[in-house]
Write a protein that binds this ligand. Structure first.
Ligand SMILES: Nc1nc2c(c(=O)[nH]1)N[C@@H](CN(C=O)c1ccc(C(=O)N[C@@H](CCC(=O)O)C(=O)O)cc1)CN2
Length: 294
């Protein structure tokens, strides 16, 4: 068996086409969605993700506004930038690119955001709504990577209800909110959220119909951990030096041999990453649509 590829690039392209139409419809009613980004420091990965977010916005017709602060920025500087983004009329939604440099309290900064402008669904109010099971579409945004994972599975008709999902990693942007999302009414999966202190990870994963690996440990998930036919989503990514070429190479959490056992496999790169970007655009569009309805 070779797993069917869950193609994040093709799926995200389709999502962006659909969003372009929705942005046109908003424009016809005088509403221009605008995404703000706040980047602190010059981490190469974060710089590249933020640049990608602005390119994506241009592709679908969303305005974008960028605030970049130097790595030497103080907490007061970050607070001031957040206050500016909360106040800016042209910014209908914004994100704080994570991780923030060491020394900044991410949770405290996320809490300063106007929850109505939180395009990442990471403000405590929006995460709280996810916990409460308040429907996301019309009330609050969902975190982008979890939303992208579910959208990818849905668009490939991978069954979710009643299935055993094992999520590896309990981070803020992926594992923790994903567990909440999968157990929501309507998705109805049974979730095991595993982490670095889980005793027998392989045994947990062997029971899973859907596996999501989001830890950033190259090739952690082995082929003999996978139930035949399972859906495997490879989210964590690490730059590993290729000993032959000496060049850095992006490596996912899932070993390539998994493709011979799984029923579905999202590649990494080109799987969940592009869906994360597309879901951010979707959150910005939905926030503007909510404005129209309010
Ligand atoms: N505020 C946020 N910070 C972070 C988030 C987030 O959702 N909100 N997620 C990640 C980074 N991220 C977006 O910000 C992100 C990561 C990866 C990709 C992506 O498309 N990856 C490509 C490969 C990238 C490469 O070539 O280096 C892929 O998977 O094909 C998009 C967005 C942490 N921070």
């Amino acid at each position: 068996m070779t797993a069917l590829t869950l193609d994040g690039v093709a799926t995200a392209t389709q999502v962006k086409l659909e969003l372009t139409e929705r942005v046109r419809a908003l424009a016809a009613q005088g509403i221009v969605p605008g995404l703000g980004t706040l980047l602190v420091g010059a981490d190469p990965g974060s710089l590249s993700y933020v640049a990608g977010k602005h390119r994506d916005c241009a592709e679908v017709g969303i305005e974008s506004i960028r605030i970049d602060l130097p790595g030497s920025a103080t907490t007061a500087d970050v607070r001031a930038a957040i206050a500016d983004l909360n106040a800016a009329r042209e910014v209908t939604g914004y994100i704080i690119q994570l991780p923030l440099p060491v020394g900044h309290n991410e949770n405290a900064m996320l809490e300063l955001m106007d929850p109505a402008k939180d395009a990442d669904g990471l403000h405590p109010t929006n995460l709280g709504r996810l916990v409460l099971g308040i429907e996301g579409e019309l009330t609050s945004p969902l975190p982008c990577t979890p939303a992208g994972i579910v959208e990818l599975l849905r668009r490939y008709d991978v069954p979710i209800a009643g299935k055993n999902v094992v999520v590896i990693g309990r981070g803020l942007t992926v594992g923790r909110p994903l567990g909440l999302l999968f157990t929501r009414k309507g998705l109805d999966a049974t979730v095991t959220l595993t982490h670095s202190r889980t005793v027998d990870l392989a045994a947990e994963v062997r029971r899973a119909d859907i596996v999501v690996a989001a830890v950033g440990q190259p090739h952690l998930v082995q082929a003999d951990w996978i139930k035949p036919g399972a859906a495997v989503l490879d989210v964590g990514i690490t730059r590993v030096e290729n000993p032959e070429t000496g060049k850095g190479q992006l490596t996912g959490d899932v070993h390539p041999d998994v493709a011979s056992v799984a029923g579905y496999l999202s590649p990494n790169p080109r799987g969940v990453g592009p869906m994360t970007r597309a879901m951010l655009l979707a959150n910005v569009v939905k926030a503007s649509e909510r404005l129209l309805k309010s």
